[in-house]
Every structure is written in structure tokens, then in C-alpha cells.
Design a protein around this ligand. Structure first.
Ligand code: SIN
Length: 524
């Protein structure tokens, strides 16, 4: 007998939990699948904060303008409005639910980050914003009797019957056996795919499996070639890549080359606070010019007590690796941080497959365009998570859970391969870093695609198949986009080409790449 619930949410970061709470509060049952522990998600690692219009000198138009500028001509204006206008309400709700953002004299503190024209970033416990939001949302979700959370439960595929997504295939955590669960709708909130690159700020769980599941279920994948590199990631031999928050530059941090020279103003009038893609490429250019493997973040003009209090996690982590952030120059280089593209959805999380919804980094609503504005991602998860939950509920008012087994959902044929093959993982990560990285060209991209096709010839488990599939989608999109824009830079096409490429790339199983002027679409 197959299991049933009303709604399935995959992923327990900010988007997944917010969607689940929306559904549970309306009285429906919701089951949340999560690959590792409930709090193991990209949300947990978000340092800098969450951008929101709440301060007296700010307004929605300014936040929208900054988001559109960073997005380099590819944002959907309606999506940006939805984010910014919904953001204020949903952040206030998050505060009512117990999230403790940092305050001074009872008033919220706002910081500044790159490409923001106002101080509008809320943070918590200095540099542990994601962890605090995650704590509050998990506590709230645990109070909802309609929410069941299944930790350590990897989903491997979506069940689609007669064009309707009605369940998931997964591995039972205790029995280690394949199972199916059916529901009225499935909401994908699986986060991004940073792990397909050698160097990333993302945790181990960010393998892009949600994007792959959506693709194999027939959903459209949009703009996946736009990959954001975070400029300032701690770069030490024998130490994991650790994010040095953008907020450090917001608080006055300076980027220097190996001669100690400040260089960002040679590249952009906003200096250290230029959009992320500009800062990342400038660091790479400066590293090349001076023949070094890192640039340096200089916080030494700041008082040690201030830094300890403002960036406690960063202070302690750097200390562990022998660096005092108030005294030493911090070696940094860019690493993959965020995917602007993903499963194409409308403004309420509907994908192009009926019954399949999504929110957060796994999706592409058009809100980030070609490059995400710093600290817009927690906001995105929150706003679009709530909207996806509400839409799934509203659309399913009259539908029943389908739990008949059929040939195409026969679980007898598939194997227990929840583990990603180490060999596949290593090879894909290296190829992505070397050939589909911060500067791209047609030769490298073609060779990357060829390598991925070779890997696909082998008998792969589902996790490995998904991993390669996402890498190939990025490389294909990058090869198709013969221009440079936002998070996508082509050495052989260094200019932005609005005439031919101010459109979104759309990839779908079994079809050539197509384009669309808008991400938002009308569902019949
Ligand atoms: C950071 O703290 O720099 C990361 C914030 C973000 O990616 O928006």
C-alpha cells in the first residue's frame, strides 16, 4: 500500500518550511522530505542577512531599482515587485514568529551590502542570520500538528501521471528501501547546485538534485547558465572555502592585491560595493595581473571588539585558521555561491508541469535576472515559499490524492543508489570549475559537454545521473548564450548583446534550447 499525504514539500530551508507552514495552517497535511538533518540547508549558512524595506529612509521603488540594476536587464519586473512588496509583510510575520534580528536600543539595525543604495539588510547574531531564521521556522513548523518532517530521506524522482505530478519516489531512512508517497501536489524547495563546482560556499547537500528531478519530470529549466560567484571566500591551502560575508565590505572592508594596493576603483566606480559579478571578475583579473592565487580583504581599520561582535562566526573561524581579522589581511578568491536559474515558475510557484510547484534557489521566477542582488535570496525563499504553498492549496481544492500504482511508477526496477559516485562527483566538479567557470568560451564549453556525455554513457545511479544532468544543462545554456551578462561571462563574447540575448533560455527534456521574453507564464 503506497503512502499518502495531502502535500509534499521537498527541502527544509526557508522556502520549504514557509511553504509547509502555509499549507498546515489551512488544515491540510503536509510531509516535508529532507536529505539530511532538518536544519542542514543553504539557509543555515546564510551570513550577511536579508534585504527588506523597513527603514525610514527606504522605499519599495529603491529596492526594486537596485534589484533590477544587479539583474542586468533580465529581471521580470513583476517578480521583483512581488518580492519587494511581499517581503516587508513576510519579514514582519517572521519577527512575530520569534526571529530575533539584531537591534540597538530596541530598533532594528540595517547594514549595507554591494549594489544596495540604502542600508536595508537585517542580520541576526552578527553573521548568523540564516541560522536564526532556520531556528525560528523549525520551531514554528514543529508546533503545527499537520506537518511531518522526514529527515535523512532522499527523494530520487517525481511521479508524474497523465501530465500531473502526484508524488515522489524516495528511500526510506530506516529500512533503506525504495518507497513512493502520493499527494495532491509536490513543492520543490531543494535549493541550489553549488556542489557541481570544485569551489563553492554551498554545503554538501546543494547538489542540484531538485533541478534534475524537475527536468526529468518534464518541467522547463530557465536561465541556468547564470551562476553567481561570491567574490570574497577565504582561500587557504588545506582549509575549506569559507564565506567572508559581503557585509564585511559593507562595513568598510577594502580589497587589496599582493602589493597591498586597493584596486577595485580601477574596475568600477562603486569600488568594493560594485555588483558581485563585477567584483568577482575584477579579483580574478587582478590575481592574473599580479600572478597570485588570491586577493586580500583588509578589515584592519576596524576595531577588534567591533569585528568580534559584528562577525562572531567569521572571527572565530578565521582565528581557528590562524588569522586575526582585525590585524591580518585575509586571503580571498571567488567561489560559486548561487544559481539564478532553475525550474521555471510563475509568481505563485507553479511550474510548467501540473501539480509541481517550487520556491527558492531551485526555481527561476525571473526575480534575479542575470545576477542576484546581495541578500535577496532569504527574502525570495520566504515570499515565494508562502506563495507556492498558498497556490498549491488553492489549485488542489477539488483534487484527490492519486495512489494507484502503475507501470511507470513501478519501484521494482530501480536500485538503492542514494550515494553520489565519488568518481563522477570529482570529475564533474573539476570540469565545471575549469571549463564552465567565471570566464567561459565556446571551446571549453563544447569539451565540457562532451565529457558529460561520456560520463552519461556509463551505468549511473540516479544521484549521479542527476548531478551530471545539471552540470550539462549549465554548460549547454552557457554555450548557447553568446554574450556576457551578469553571472555569465564569455571571453569570446565579452559584450552584452540585448538585440539577440535579452531573453531567457529554456531547456526541456527532449527539446532544443528555446527562448522566452518572460519567465512568468499563463497557466491554462
Ligand atoms: C553574504 O553574506 O555575503 C552572503 C549573502 C548573500 O549571498 O546574499
Amino acid at each position: 500500500m503506497a503512502l499518502e499525504t495531502d502535500f509534499i514539500v521537498i527541502g527544509s530551508g526557508i522556502a520549504g518550511l514557509r511553504a509547509a507552514i502555509e499549507i498546515a495552517q489551512a488544515g491540510a497535511r503536509v510531509t516535508v522530505f529532507t536529505k539530511q538533518k532538518t536544519d542542514d540547508s543553504n539557509t543555515q549558512y546564510a551570513q550577511g542577512g536579508v534585504a527588506v524595506v523597513l527603514s525610514d529612509d527606504d522605499n519599495a521603488e529603491l529596492h526594486e531599482e537596485d534589484t533590477l540594476y544587479a539583474g542586468a536587464g533580465l529581471c521580470d519586473v513583476e517578480a521583483v515587485k512581488t518580492l519587494v512588496e511581499g517581503g516587508t509583510r513576510y519579514i514582519q510575520e517572521l519577527i512575530e514568529w520569534g526571529t530575533e534580528f539584531d537591534r540597538e536600543g530596541g530598533k532594528l539595525i540595517f547594514t549595507k551590502e554591494a549594489a544596495h543604495s540604502r542600508r536595508r539588510i537585517l542580520h541576526a547574531h552578527g553573521d548568523a542570520t540564516g541560522k536564526e531564521i532556520s531556528r525560528a521556522l523549525i520551531a514554528k513548523a514543529r508546533q503545527e500538528k499537520n506537518i511531518s518532517i522526514l529527515p535523512f530521506t532522499a527523494t530520487e524522482g517525481l511521479i508524474v501521471r497523465d501530465g500531473h505530478c502526484c508524488g515522489v519516489r524516495y528511500i526510506d531512512a530506516l529500512l533503506k528501501a525504495p518507497r513512493e508517497m502520493f499527494a495532491k501536489a509536490v513543492i520543490l524547495c531543494t535549493g541550489g547546485a553549488g556542489q557541481i563546482y570544485l569551489h563553492t560556499t554551498n554545503p554538501e547537500v546543494a547538489t542540484g538534485d531538485g533541478m534534475a528531478m524537475a527536468y526529468f519530470a518534464g518541467a522547463e529549466i530557465a536561465d541556468i547558465e547564470f551562476v553567481q560567484f561570491h567574490p570574497t571566500v577565504l582561500s587557504l591551502e588545506n582549509a575549506p572555502r569559507f564565506l567572508l560575508s559581503e557585509a564585511m565590505r559593507g562595513e568598510g572592508g577594502i580589497l587589496r592585491n599582493k602589493y597591498g594596493e586597493r584596486f577595485m576603483f580601477n574596475y568600477h566606480e562603486l569600488g568594493e560595493l560594485a555588483p558581485r559579478d563585477v567584483v568577482s571578475r575584477s579579483i580574478v583579473a587582478e590575481m592574473k595581473r599580479t600572478g597570485t592565487r588570491t586577493a586580500f580583504l583588509d578589515m584592519t581599520e576596524k576595531d577588534e571588539e567591533f569585528l568580534k561582535h559584528r562577525f562572531p562566526k567569521i572571527y572565530e573561524t578565521c582565528k581557528f585558521y590562524g588569522l586575526n581579522i582585525a590585524k591580518d589581511l585575509l586571503p580571498v578568491s571567488p567561489a560559486v555561491h548561487y544559481f539564478m536559474g532553475g525550474m521555471r515558475t510563475d509568481l505563485d510557484g507553479r511550474s510548467t508541469v501540473t501539480g509541481l510547484y517550487g520556491a527558492g534557489e531551485v526555481t527561476c521566477t525571473g526575480v534575479h535576472g542575470a545576477n542576484r542582488l546581495a541578500s535577496n535570496s532569504l527574502l525570495e525563499g520566504l515570499v515565494f515559499g508562502a506563495r507556492a504553498g498558498a497556490a498549491a492549496l488553492a489549485d488542489s481544492q477539488k483534487s484527490k490524492v492519486e495512489s494507484r500504482k502503475s507501470a511507470d511508477t513501478d519501484i521494482g526496477h530501480w536500485t538503492l543508489d542514494i550515494e553520489l559516485s565519488t568518481a563522477v562527483k570529482k570529475r564533474v566538479k573539476r570540469v565545471m570549475w575549469e571549463r564552465v567557470g567565471i570566464g567561459r568560451n565556446a571551446d571549453d564549453l563544447r569539451r565540457a559537454i562532451k565529457e558529460f556525455e561520456q560520463i552519461e554513457q556509463a551505468k549511473l545511479g540516479i544521484a549521479s545521473r542527476n548531478f551530471v544532468a545539471v552540470a550539462k544543462l549549465v554548460a549547454q545554456g552557457a554555450l548557447w548564450r553568446e554574450e556576457s551578462r551578469g553571472g555569465h561571462y564569455r571571453d569570446d563574447f565579452p559584450e552584452r548583446d540585448d538585440e539577440h540575448f535579452q531573453v531567457h533560455s529554456i531547456q526541456k527534456l527532449g527539446a532544443e534550447i528555446s527562448t522566452s521574453e518572460k519567465i512568468n507564464f499563463v497557466v491554462d
